[in-house]
Design a protein around this ligand. Structure first.
Ligand SMILES: Cc1cc2nc3c(=O)[nH]c(=O)nc-3n(C[C@H](O)[C@H](O)[C@H](O)COP(=O)(O)OP(=O)(O)OC[C@H]3O[C@@H](n4cnc5c(N)ncnc54)[C@H](O)[C@@H]3O)c2cc1C
Length: 403
């Protein structure tokens, strides 16, 4: 089939790779003039690294493995701790913090040079019988059998399908940076989540001497941006326990980037006819669980497997993909809406639950983040790396977990 993909972010590149590998003809249209280099770092959990593995992509030599996530109070006491290394061992895939530019580079590596058409902003689309046509801001058009809207949380494709006003602000916003901050934590595999009355702070070593740091504060789109945001952050969080003051002292205004959190209610059927959505276009959510990009990779994995199936009506395959993804993605999206700044588990309660039980809970929770896919029919090839179980991209595709 001839497939048009709008957007060359994590989802657009991942699905293009999957579809090319399955033998489809794919063209990707991206509004930016070149591949994105900003966006700081993201956490790719076991479910995301599993999909990347299936795409033939390794994160070796990029980013930093995360082995623990510790939740602290603002005065430095441990609320809870989770052993991510154990979860990675159970699923057979690591959790990694990686600069978004490096992730995009790995996703683009080896793709045909002319696959992505940069500087093409999609403005509208029409369906006519068996064909879909996208029209771009320069007046040019592209026509294919299917169109995938992987154009992020402001998605024009979603607005075409759902109308305006379906994505809403979600109470908090993030000030973040990815900087060479020379504190002990930067050289470790330990990720800290610190919460207090003033908001939340995340500190994640991202490799190459870089620390991804962020502060979640209450936010509404009507709020004016502070004139001196870093000074505001220092005033608000500077009295928290070490290493927060050290991070704030080392950060510079040039490092700062702001994202208001947004959320949309996930629809059971999110596409129409020969058009579907993928990634944030279908399920914008706050970055609270660090699952947005991971769930986007899961979308790409499931969609490509649906489109391999022999069917005279490709639009029914798109609906099958949406139906398969709905249970997990609606659950993850609802959970992500609850910001950790509100999760102030008292240290005493944290101590009542030993780390082993928290780690077991995390492993169970991780299992629920990945999409189970039906066992392949006897006459169809199994997905690559699949074990003979009814499992999704991470769960069950690992010999260690089964062993
Ligand atoms: C502060 C923050 C921290 C995050 N941290 C994490 C994390 O730790 N882990 C995690 O898994 N996720 C994280 N996320 C979420 C993650 O970034 C997104 O879920 C992920 O990037 C979604 O991928 P996507 O391909 O759907 O959209 P995007 O990556 O946004 O890509 C969409 C692409 O479409 C292009 N585009 C948009 N409109 C058009 C148009 N009209 N025509 C052509 N092209 C268009 C855009 O330029 C862009 O390149 C975070 C998000 C934020 C805001």
């Amino acid at each position: 089939m001839e497939i048009l993909v709008i957007g060359a972010g994590v989802g657009g590149l991942a699905v293009a790779r999957e579809l090319l590998a399955a033998g489809h003809r794919v063209r990707v249209y991206e509004q930016a003039p070149a591949r994105r280099t900003g966006g700081k770092a993201v956490l790719i959990w076991s479910n995301g690294t599993a999909v990347l593995h299936d795409l033939g992509i390794t994160l070796d030599g990029a980013g930093n493995r995360i082995d623990r996530i510790d939740a602290l109070t603002s005065d430095g006491r441990l609320r809870t701790g989770q052993n991510i290394a154990h979860t990675a061992d159970r699923f057979g895939f690591e959790t990694k913090a990686i600069a978004r530019r490096d992730l995009l580079e790995r996703l683009a590596d080896g793709l045909p040079d002319d696959l992505v058409h940069y500087g093409k902003t999609c403005e509208r689309m029409t369906q006519d019988g068996d064909r879909v046509t996208a029209t771009f801001d320069d007046g040019s058009t592209a026509t294919g059998d299917l169109l995938i809207g992987a154009d992020g949380h402001h998605s024009i494709v979603r607005r075409h399908l759902w109308g305006e006003g379906t994505v809403h602000p979600a109470t908090f916003g993030t000030w973040q940076g990815l900087s060479p901050i020379d504190i002990d934590l930067t050289g470790t595999h330990r990720h800290l989540m610190i919460t207090g009355r003033e908001g939340a702070c995340g500190l994640m070593p991202a490799g190459d001497g870089l620390l991804q740091w962020w502060f979640d504060v209450r936010w509404s789109p009507a709020d004016p941006h502070p004139a001196t945001p870093l000074t505001d952050l220092r005033n608000r969080f500077g009295h928290w326990a070490s290493p927060v003051p050290e991070v704030l002292a080392a950060a510079t205004d040039d490092d700062l980037e702001f994202f208001g959190h947004h959320w949309n209610k996930v629809r059971r059927v999110w596409g129409e006819g020969r058009i579907t959505l993928l990634g944030d276009a279908a399920h914008t959510m706050p970055p609270t669980l660090g699952q947005g990009a991971n769930q986007t990779l899961e979308d790409a994995w499931v969609l490509a497997r649906e489109l391999v199936k022999d069917d005279t009506d490709p639009s029914s395959r798109l609906r099958a993909y949406e139906k398969t993804r709905y249970p997990q993605i609606s659950r993850v999206s609802r959970m992500a809406k609850r910001n950790p700044a509100n999760w102030r588990i008292p240290p005493l309660i944290g101590r009542l639950f030993p780390e082993t039980s928290q780690t077991t809970l995390l492993a169970r929770f991780s299992n629920r983040l990945t999409t189970p896919t039906p066992r392949p029919a006897d006459d169809q090839p199994p997905p690559p790396h699949a074990q003979p179980t009814t499992e999704g991209p991470s769960a069950g595709r690992t010999s260690r977990r089964q062993g």
